[in-house]
Structure formats: structure tokens, C-alpha cells
Ligand binder design. Structure first.
Ligand SMILES: [Zn+2]
Length: 685
């Protein structure tokens, strides 16, 4: 729901289906966290000046081969797996039906225990879906779609469009309603439109998948095959009026505040005032129609499609909205086979408990997070991180002051924005209240549905209310971080503040290379091609002089060119435009962390020429940074990532960045002109 431009680190690549790209056998040895600098990963036969990723991470895949139930495995995934184990232990304790449990413990414990009861879920088959299927069957006229779509929006069925709440881009204090494009079953628009053998093959596989799911939902096979083709036609028509993924990063392209009357003109097939009232939306007269052309196109498509096909499409979107763990066995396996095996290359389905831990975190993240933080997050981690964040903000202030390309006028605005950034570390000050959410032991589909409905109502209730700046968009146990331009805040959940990212045993150089670069990354998002369009209060408003903006675009153009030259897989190149914001954040992040480390070293009298374990502190800093991105990605996943993910593949998050840091080249004795020390380095921040 909703339209957010939240910019992630994407430390563990999930792409919305984390639960199906997760970990290994139950019997596997417990996962151990890596140290700040892991020398066993370094391949000293590689030349750091030619390929830094190969040097810093050369032995990773031999020591940590990609598990059969994952499509990506890397340093972040180790931290993720470790955290899953902790959550698993915590959930096992509260899964026992004990009257002494607190209200939150009952909820997370029963949700988890119900998810784990695979036999009961499989035995129930499609029964839990029957009332929803009956609603679709009862449709006799397109005018009845309003009621059904309102209900489906609340239970997260991706039918035709999406609906939710967002901060007004141009007035961040205001929380408004938003309708946006949606309704697709493939990862994004271009999956329907791209030409070539690989995209054709994916489309054929998708049609076959839809047919199988419809057959499993009770349709005769012939009819299911014919229906799947009709669904493909309908979704392709929706794709044609959707924005591509690069345009979706442009806030101006997805911001069209309109009176409700205008939306009624664009898509009269839905009775919008009634739709808003049925979803429990507080009274509104206007909203953000993110992509008006989509609604015009959707109207035309619904008008020209027969009711039978629309009902088939709704059945497919309903079935596809149920989380795999709550589906009957054959459907769960088919769902995994298409979305995880064919699209991402993952060979086998993860064991049950890992899927259920992830599902509990997804449904009740702050209830689980509260238990997690109490047992796992020492106050010292928060204190250290806060000091580091202040150091890095100081480094950014110094960078802005000394930038030679920016005018004093724009500098004042940039500094204003920097000083307004809110730092959120570990977990929220006020925990979410789940008392209105009922979790029933033994009702897997009901629990999943009630949890998404609870969340939908929570979001919609914000419309027209004062903004809560303390809200978090990630759960405390998440191993990731983000920047939100409308909030102008950087967020580091407790899950990412553990070794090797932050390790009390590690050297300062290592900690600044790890978590320091991540803090710098999130802070730089406030000043990347997208974040820089928002001011310190979170409003979409141009604070740049025309001349400075031009210079900034030239500077970022250097990065677009650099990354567009990297080949990700086969003949597929990195999309330099789609990944620009993340690449700018990676490049700025390491520079800020580097400057902050120099200040820290000066303050503490760290001798920068003294080697420890064979490396100087500066070398340790870069190696720790490099080891953030060790790992391997299956080719299918890599193809999907390049087409859908604004983050560059992990190898280029190392090599692409150090190429722009002459300080790296000097630390490793590289010569100008070597691949990691080119003469034409890019420098934005
Ligand atoms: Zn990012």
C-alpha cells in the first residue's frame, strides 16, 4: 500500500519475496558472525588495483557457498541467517500455549505456531479462501466491482491498482491518500513488453504458471490454460499504461494531486467516494493520482473486457496474494517454482521455520522486534552508532563547505538540510499497538489476512492526521537500513548493528569501513539525484540554483556512464540511470566514512602507518568496506536484479566505488591508469 520513496541499503536482497529466498537445512551448523576484517576471505593472488572485489572477497564463495534455498548469498545474508536463529529461539519460547504470555507474546507465538502447523494448512486446502472466491463468483455486473476492489485493497490483493497513504510530496506535514498503478503478476512493467528470447521465455513460463494455479484452484485444465492467456492479455494492457521502473524513481512523475472528481472522470468504473468510504478512509476531497494515464487506460481496459475474464483475473490475483506458507501444498510448490526457481534460480524451498520466522516479522514486526531488542540490543551499540552518525554528519558538513563546484547560496540550503536530518537508531521510541489485531491459533490464512488488513487500516487512519515523525518503516530485527526523503531521516534497525557491521572487538578502521560506510550511504541519499529534490523539511522543492543543479547533473552523469559500462550477466549491462541514486549513495557513503575515520584517528592518536595483521588502518578500512559486499548471486537472480532493483550488483558496489577514491589507490600502491585508479574518477559528494 501507499507510495513511498524509501531508499534502502538492500543489504540482504529480498525484492519483496524474502521468505522464498531464505536459508538452509534445520540440521545445518549454527551460523556464526564474521569478524570486522576476515582475512580468510582475502585472495592475495588477486591484484587489488585490478579488481578489488576479487581481492577482498575472493575466497568467500569457497568458504560460504550459496545455499540451495537461496538465490543470493553474501556477508549480509550471514548476519540475516544469524538473526533468524535468534528470532527462531525467541519464537519457540512463546509458541507454547501458556496463559502467562503477554498479549504481544500470544500474538507472535500463535502466529508462528500456526504457520508451523504445515499439516493443518495443507489439510484445509482452499477452504479458507472459499468466502473470497464466492464473492468473486457472485459478481453479475461491473458496477459491483467497487465493493470487491475496496475489500481486496484492504487484504492486499493486487487487483488493477494500488491504494494507500503517503506524505504529500510538496507538504510533508500532510498525510494524504494515493492511488497508483498496479495489478501485475510479473515483477514490473517491462517484463510484459521487453523483446528477446529470455523475456519471451519468462512470459511463457508465467502463463503456464497462472494456468497451473487456476487449475489447482479448481478450474478444468483446458479452461485454465485459456484463462491464463486472457489474464496475460489483460495484464499486458495494464503494463502498457504503467510507468517503467526508472520513471517511478522520479517524484515529479508520480505526483499528481487531484480532486476526487478528477479521478471519477478518469476511471468512472469505480465509484470512488463509495470506495473510500468502504475502505474506512477518513473523508477526503483530493488525493495523489500518481499516474493519471494508468487510470484512464485501466478504465478503457475494464470497459472492453468481458465480466467473465475480469472474474478470472480477480481469482488469479486473489490466489496470488496468499503467502506461500499459507497455501495448500501443491500451490505453495508451484508458487515457489515460478517466483523463486524460474525467476530467481533458487533450487529448493527453505525449511519451514525460516519462512515462519520471516512471516511473523512481516506481520507483527514491532511486537517481535520488542522481544528481540530486549534480548539482543545493548545500549552500547546505540551509543557507538550515534557517535559515528555525528562524526559522519560532521564529515558531510565539511564536504559541503569545501566543495568547489557548489555556490555559497546552495551550500546554505544543503547545510540546512543536513542539520535537519533525524537519526533513528535501533528501534522506535513508541512501540506499535497491536491490540486491535486478533491472532487465532490454527487459522493461518485468517491471521495473514487480518494482519494485512490491520496494517491497511493503520496506514489509512493517518490520512488528514498530524504526522508522526517517530514512525519506522522497517522492523527492529531487519538487517538493512534506509533513508526516507519525506521524513528526512536515516534509520538503522538493531538488526544491522551487529558484527561485522558494528563489532566492539574490531578496530575503528574496520567499524568505519563497515557500518560507517552504511551510515554515509543513507545520509548521502538525502543528496542523491532523487533525495536532493526534497528539502530539509521533507518537501519536494527545488533548493538548488539553476547553475548548481546543472553542475550536479554533470557530476552524476559521470556515474551514470561509469556504471552503464559494467556487465552484470550475459549481455545484460547495469542500468546506470536506475541505479544512479544508490551508486551516488555508495560513493558518497564511503567518502564520508573515510573522512570521519580520519577525524576519529586524529582524535584518538591512531598511527595510520602502523600495520596490524599485515594491513595499515586505511587498508583495513577499505577491506572492511569491500567485505560488506562479498557474495554470490545466481544468474537468474542477477538478471532480475538488474531489471528491477535500483542497487548495482554487489561486485560493482565494491569496484565501482573504489575506482572513484584515489585514496584507495594510494593506500594499495596502485598506479594511475590501473582499473581501480582511473584518471577519470567521478566525484559527486
Ligand atoms: Zn540505498
Amino acid at each position: 500500500m501507499g507510495r513511498r520513496l524509501v531508499l534502502l541499503l538492500s543489504f540482504v536482497i529480498c525484492l519483496g519475496t524474502c521468505q522464498s529466498v531464505r536459508a538452509q537445512e534445520d540440521s545445518a551448523a549454527p551460523v556464526k558472525l564474521l569478524p570486522g576484517l576476515d582475512k580468510s576471505l582475502i585472495d592475495t593472488s588477486a591484484d587489488p588495483c585490478v579488481d578489488f572485489a576479487a581481492y577482498a572477497c575472493g575466497h568467500f564463495s569457497k568458504l560460504y557457498p550459496i545455499p540451495p534455498d537461496k538465490s543470493v548469498y553474501g556477508s549480509g545474508a550471514i548476519v540475516f541467517d544469524y538473526t533468524q536463529q535468534i528470532l527462531h529461539d525467541l519464537l519457540n519460547k512463546v509458541a507454547v500455549n501458556d496463559p502467562k504470555r503477554t498479549a504481544n507474546e500470544q500474538k507472535i507465538g500463535d502466529f508462528y505456531a500456526t504457520c508451523m502447523d504445515e499439516d493443518a494448512i495443507h489439510q484445509a486446502g482452499l477452504k479458507p479462501l472459499q468466502s473470497e472466491l464466492d464473492r468473486i463468483a457472485a459478481l453479475t455486473d461491473k458496477s459491483q466491482l467497487t465493493e470487491l476492489l475496496a475489500h481486496f485493497q484492504l487484504i492486499n490483493v493486487n487487483a488493477f491498482f494500488s491504494f494507500g497513504e503517503q506524505q504529500d510530496f510538496k507538504d510533508a506535514q500532510k498525510q494524504i491518500a494515493v492511488v497508483d498503478q498496479g495489478g501485475l503478476g510479473l515483477p514490473e512493467r517491462d517484463y510484459y513488453l521487453r523483446t528477446g528470447d529470455a523475456p519471451e521465455k519468462t512470459r511463457k513460463q508465467y502463463v503456464a504458471h497462472v494456468a497451473k494455479m487456476l487449475a489447482l484452484a479448481g478450474e478444468p485444465e483446458d479452461q485454465a490454460a485459456a484463462d491464463a492467456r486472457k489474464i496475460m492479455d489483460l495484464e499486458t494492457a495494464l503494463a502498457k499504461v504503467s510507468l517503467d521502473i526508472t520513471s517511478e524513481r522520479d517524484p515529479n512523475k508520480i505526483y499528481h494531486p487531484e480532486p476526487v472528481t478528477e479521478l471519477r472522470e478518469l476511471a468512472p468504473i469505480v465509484d470512488w467516494p463509495r470506495f473510500f468510504s468502504l475502505t474506512g478512509t477518513p473523508p477526503i476531497t483530493s488525493l495523489n493520482v500518481a499516474n493519471p494515464d494508468f487510470f484512464k487506460g485501466m478504465q478503457a481496459q475494464i470497459e472492453s473486457t468481458d465480466l467473465g475474464t475480469i472474474k478470472t483475473y480477480l481469482r488469479w490475483q486473489l490466489v496470488n496474494s496468499i503467502p506461500g506458507y499459507a497455501m495448500p501444498k501443491a500451490m505453495d510448490e508451484e508458487n515457489f517454482d515460478f517466483y523463486s526457481h524460474k525467476l530467481r534460480g533458487t533450487p529448493v524451498q527453505p525449511v519451514r521455520w525460516k519462512r515462519c520466522v520471516a512471516a511473523t516479522d512481516g506481520a507483527l514486526g514491532e511486537a517481535l522486534g520488542r522481544v528481540y531488542v530486549d534480548s539482543q540490543f545493548p545500549a552500547a551499540n546505540k551509543a557507538f552508532t550515534l557517535t559515528m552518525v555525528h562524526d559522519i554528519e560532521g564529515a558531510m558538513g565539511h564536504e559541503i563547505e569545501t566543495l568547489d563546484w557548489m555556490s555559497p547560496e546552495t551550500k546554505i540550503k544543503a547545510e540546512d538540510k543536513l542539520h535537519s536530518v533525524a537519526n533513528k537508531i535501533g528501534y522506535p521510541d513508541h512501540w506499535r499497538d497491536y491490540s486491535a489485531l486478533t491472532i487465532v491459533r490454527g487459522d493461518a490464512v485468517g491471521n495473514a489476512t487480518r494482519a494485512v488488513e490491520f496494517e491497511a487500516h493503520r496506514e489509512l487512519a493517518k490520512i488528514g492526521k498530524p504526522l508522526d515523525r517517530g514512525e519506522w518503516g522497517m522492523t527492529p530485527a531487519t538487517v538493512d537500513a534506509y533513508y526516507n526523503p519525506s521524513m528526512n531521516d536515516i534509520n538503522f534497525p538493531a538488526g544491522i548493528l551487529q558484527a561485522p557491521l558494528y563489532d566492539a572487538q574490531a578496530t575503528d578502521a574496520e567499524n568505519y569501513g563497515h557500518i560507517g560506510a552504511i551510515v554515509g550511504h543513507e545520509l548521502t541519499h538525502g543528496f542523491d539525484d532523487e533525495g536532493s529534490q526534497f528539502d530539509g523539511s521533507g518537501n519536494l522543492s527545488n533548493w538548488w540554483t539553476e547553475d548548481d543543479k546543472k553542475k550536479f547533473d554533470t557530476m552524476t552523469g559521470c556515474e551514470v556512464k561509469e556504471y552503464s559500462n559494467f556487465t552484470a550477466v550475459d549481455d545484460v549491462k547495469v542500468n546506470g540511470k536506475l541505479t544512479l541514486g544508490e551508486n551516488t549513495a555508495d560513493n558518497g557513503g564511503i567518502r564520508l566514512a573515510y573522512l570521519a575515520f580520519l577525524a576519529d584517528a586524529k582524535r584518538k592518536g591512531i598511527d595510520l602507518s602502523a600495520k596490524q595483521d599485515g594491513y595499515t588502518p586505511i587498508q583495513q578500512f577499505f577491506l572492511a568496506y569491500g567485505q560488506n559486499w562479498c557474495g554470490e548471486t545466481r544468474p537468474e537472480q542477477l538478471r532480475l536484479q538488474v531489471q528491477t532493483d535500483p542497487h548495482s550488483p554487489r561486485k560493482f558496489r565494491d569496484d565501482g566505488v573504489v575506482q572513484n577514491m584515489p585514496e584507495f589507490g594510494r593506500a594499495f600502491g596502485c598506479k594511475t591508469g590501473q582499473p581501480m585508479m582511473p584518471a577519470n574518477a567521478c566525484h559527486v559528494w
